[in-house]
Ligand binder design. Sequence first.
Ligand code: HEC
Ligand code: HEC
Ligand code: HEC
Length: 241
Amino acid sequence: MSEETKVDAEVTTDAADSTTEATPKKTGKKKWPIVVGVVAAVLIVAGAGLWVWHEQPSFCNAICHTPMDPYNATYDQELHQTGIDKWGNEASTDAMLAVTHKATGSTCMSCHVPQISEQIGEGMNWVTGNYVYPLEERSLADLVEARGIASEEFCLNSGCHVNDDGSVMTTDDLQAKTADMKRNPHVPQHGKVECGECHKAHRASVNYCSGCHNDADMPEGWISSADDKKLKKAFESGAAA
Ligand code: HEC
Ligand code: HEC
Ligand code: HEC
């Protein structure tokens, strides 16, 4: 897989310490405030327009067609169907967070909250071709890492998952919600399991507990740990070709 990495983004600028003298140009000094003002105004207007567009799902694959198309394809689906996942496999749309959250009005940016540091890095990687395609899988934990928060804080907050009375859902509330499931997935029976270990956005979610307990309840469209392993293996061998 690593062979696909096309360009090393590192740019060596050893030539910089050559003997060229840095002669400061002193002419045209008075025009600077005007030029700076005009440039700033243009940037603000362009930037505001770009920011609005940037929030639309269309932005993601307009800028980066190839790597983003499969993600837009998973997102652009309706609930309660057999659709496709990001790797082109059949998958229940009810088992993919991207679709279930689209139905509640989320856009790409609701989950992929823009972080300037990340975006600059991603932009550079795209421009220089420094990425593997298909993209390597990230996790929910990776997604929130740049913002310095944990997955549960990201999902269980006043703007997102709340109880019927409007209070923020706690992990205890979550356990109560799925208490009727055999092998309640939200009980950290053997230690904490990352939310994203089970809940997947762009492919079918996985019941991690099924890896050892074949009596674990499987929600409609979810896949077992065994099928998850098969999918990942198929992806890895395909991606290496
Ligand atoms: C409900 C939240 C959510 C929405 C909406 C969402 N994503 Fe994601 N995205 C995730 C999560 C979580 C991951 C981590 C991998 C996974 O769970 O599938 C991810 C992973 C990714 C990745 C990294 C590569 C990978 O396979 O892990 C890309 C690229 C991406 N999403 C693009 C998009 C685009 C483009 C949109 C909108 C068309 C979008 N996402 C909408 C949550 C979301
Ligand atoms: C071991 C697997 C697993 C883990 C880990 C897990 N979940 Fe779940 N979660 C499930 C399953 C299975 C369901 C039931 C889905 C269904 O019925 O469609 C569910 C349902 C949910 C629901 C919907 C509850 C409802 O009925 O309203 C929310 C919200 C949720 N999980 C959030 C989280 C968060 C946040 C985390 C991390 C703190 C997490 N889950 C960790 C498997 C898991
Ligand atoms: C790596 C394998 C493995 C995974 C994954 C796993 N378990 Fe277990 N689990 C075990 C073993 C082994 C036992 C002990 C079996 C026994 O006591 O009979 C056990 C015991 C249990 C028990 C108590 C014993 C019983 O049978 O009543 C519960 C409840 C349980 N697991 C729930 C879960 C849940 C929920 C998950 C997912 C979050 C999970 N397990 C994931 C291996 C696993």
